[in-house]
Design a protein around this ligand. Structure first.
Ligand SMILES: [Fe+2]
Length: 169
């Protein structure tokens, strides 16, 4: 439970608060993706997660860069949504008793993460523009495009993997 309120009485404070939250989001994804790569069977799915892990490491650095320039330090504000999504993923993966079904679950889990991130980055990018932080907006837009690309790639893979999962058992 939070004892002290963050006292977000202007848009800049909310912006910084949400960048700190996104830093926690990306750090949690950096820890979760290696496990997802390990559990995936489909080669293209493994590769998609692998390349997104590389992108996620760069996304962490972009947020650290923006936070360091803005407030002099890159601290986090724990993302509770990502913690819940990781738990949901672990449950699905543990319960999946077939490789294709597990891959279908992993794709679904990955897309939940991407959609959540797209919503969050869409907001902070707009706030950066409004606050006159053009350089930040460019960096955040780069990340937003990577999340969108990762989502589309997972849709393509699901078009092949989901019908295979339907044939399982
Ligand atoms: Fe990300």
């Amino acid at each position: 439970m939070k004892i002290f309120s963050a006292n977000l009485d202007n848009l800049r404070k909310l912006y910084i608060n949400q960048l700190q939250m996104l830093l926690s989001t990306e750090q949690q994804i950096t820890e979760a993706l290696p496990k997802m790569i390990d559990k995936a069977t489909d080669v293209q799915l493994k590769q998609a997660f692998q390349s997104h892990l590389q992108e996620t490491r760069e996304q962490v650095m972009r947020l650290e860069q923006i936070l360091n320039a803005s407030v002099g330090e890159a601290t986090t504000n724990k993302c509770k949504v990502m913690a819940a999504l990781v738990t949901e993923t672990e449950d699905m993966v543990r319960d999946a008793a077939d490789n294709d079904v597990r891959d279908a679950a992993l794709i679904s889990a990955g897309q939940r993460v991407e959609h959540y991130e797209i919503a969050c980055y869409g907001a902070v990018r707009h706030w950066a523009e409004i606050l006159g932080e053009t350089k930040h907006a460019e960096l955040l837009d780069k990340t937003l495009k990577e999340e969108g690309h990762a989502d589309h790639l997972l849709t393509q893979i699901s078009n092949r993997v989901n019908p295979q999962a339907e044939k399982a058992a």
